[in-house]
Design a protein around this ligand. Structure first.
Ligand code: PLP
Length: 354
């Protein structure tokens, strides 16, 4: 199946503005395709960015049958554009689709759609240090029917927009509050799918901790409220004695991050031990107090590596590494972004050119 192109005239096209807000500024074009039961995916099209017209009874509005992805395109010094492990986002999109009873998308078509879109809107890939073009593939259930059940119709679309450096002027630590009352996801539920409902479920706790001056929530497992899962839209890692990195093992309710997976593969190659295990919150906090844990950081596509300077549980605050960015966080950040921007050797074959 091929993708039809209906681009704007070149004179009508814009380019990345000097000032933009992440998630609020969008490039000139978008990709769309539709699915109808019995007919399959059809009408793959790249056309000018536009609003969607949907029936108010469309299933996505009522029962949240929705999935999304998030990846970035990085401009190299020579002007060419890199994607970082896009095939992993494409595979995860299909795993999320399966879990949400939505139709899978042909992997090659999805890849072509991303590459053609970024290539057409390449003037929108910013050039400033640490900036990128954020790519947001999405699928929604569109059947105009309130009866409960999987939708018969779907729309798959991809939009893109410029993203500035996550941290202006270098990495700065965030403060994180441990959710003791609220839970994000439960084993057997949809926590490992990238579906909007997981975020809707997390907003209340995020607002509560923001009032206390914390920027993110650390989620615990929903069964015992004891094991560490992840932070906001990031997975989490703990560094013991400056050399051993531990991250929670995937539990069924943790989102399997591609940044997390990249760290699992990269860390041993640059001199760290790394393991996945169940991390008890009380034990972990006491390891912070005793100084065994020397750094904590979140990891995800948006921030790459986000050092955690403070963890708070039930009003008691634990400061990590003097609330400063540690050397392991910085090292991993430099290595990963170096691969993404083409300044370090791509030893794992993670880069695809647009
Ligand atoms: C997307 C996401 C992550 C990070 O995944 P990456 O592939 O590394 O960007 C972590 N947790 C949640 C809940 C997410 O939605």
């Amino acid at each position: 199946m091929s993708i039809e192109m209906k681009p704007l005239e070149s004179a009508e096209r814009g380019s990345c503005p000097e000032e933009f807000s992440f998630g609020g500024t969008f490039s000139d074009h978008m990709f769309t395709q539709d699915y109808v039961e019995g007919k399959g995916w059809h009408d793959a099209l790249i056309s000018p960015y536009h609003t969607l017209s949907l029936d108010p009874s469309a299933a996505v509005f009522h029962y949240s049958q929705e999935i999304f992805e998030g990846l970035k395109a990085y401009r190299q010094a020579d002007g060419t554009i890199n994607l970082f492990r896009p095939e992993e986002n494409i595979k995860r999109f299909n795993r999320s689709a399966k879990r949400m009873v939505m139709p899978e998308v042909d992997e090659q078509l999805h890849m072509d759609a991303i590459k053609n879109l970024v290539s057409l809107d390449q003037k929108w890939v910013p050039e400033q240090d640490g900036s990128s073009l954020y790519i947001r593939p999405t699928m929604i259930a569109t059947s105009p029917k309130l009866g409960l059940g999987a939708s018969a119709n779907y729309k798959h679309f991809i939009i893109t927009g410029p993203a500035g450096a996550y941290f202006e002027g270098g990495l700065s630590p965030i403060s994180v509050y441990v959710a003791d009352e609220y839970r994000r996801a439960v084993k057997g539920g949809v926590g490992e799918a990238k579906t909007g409902g997981n975020y809707a479920a997390s907003l209340y706790a995020s607002e509560e901790v923001a009032k206390l001056g914390y920027s993110q929530v650390l989620w615990l497992d929903a069964v015992e409220g004891r094991f560490i899962e992840e932070v906001g839209a990031m997975n989490i890692c703990f560094v013991y004695e400056g050399k051993r990195i531990v991250t929670p093992a995937l539990s069924g309710s943790i989102l399997p991050g591609i940044t997390r997976d990249s760290i699992l593969k990269l860390a041993p190659a640059i001199g760290y031990e790394i393991s996945e295990s169940r991390l008890d919150i009380e034990q972990t906090l006491s390891d912070i107090e005793s100084g065994k844990i020397t750094e904590v950081f979140g990891c995800g596509t948006a921030a790459v590596i986000s050092p955690v300077g403070k963890l708070c549980l039930k009003g008691k605050e634990y400061v990590i590494n003097n609330n400063e960015t540690g050397s392991v966080s910085k090292h991993l950040y430099d290595e990963l972004t170096g691969i993404q921007y083409g300044t370090r050797e791509d030893r794992f074959g993670w880069i695809q050119k647009v």
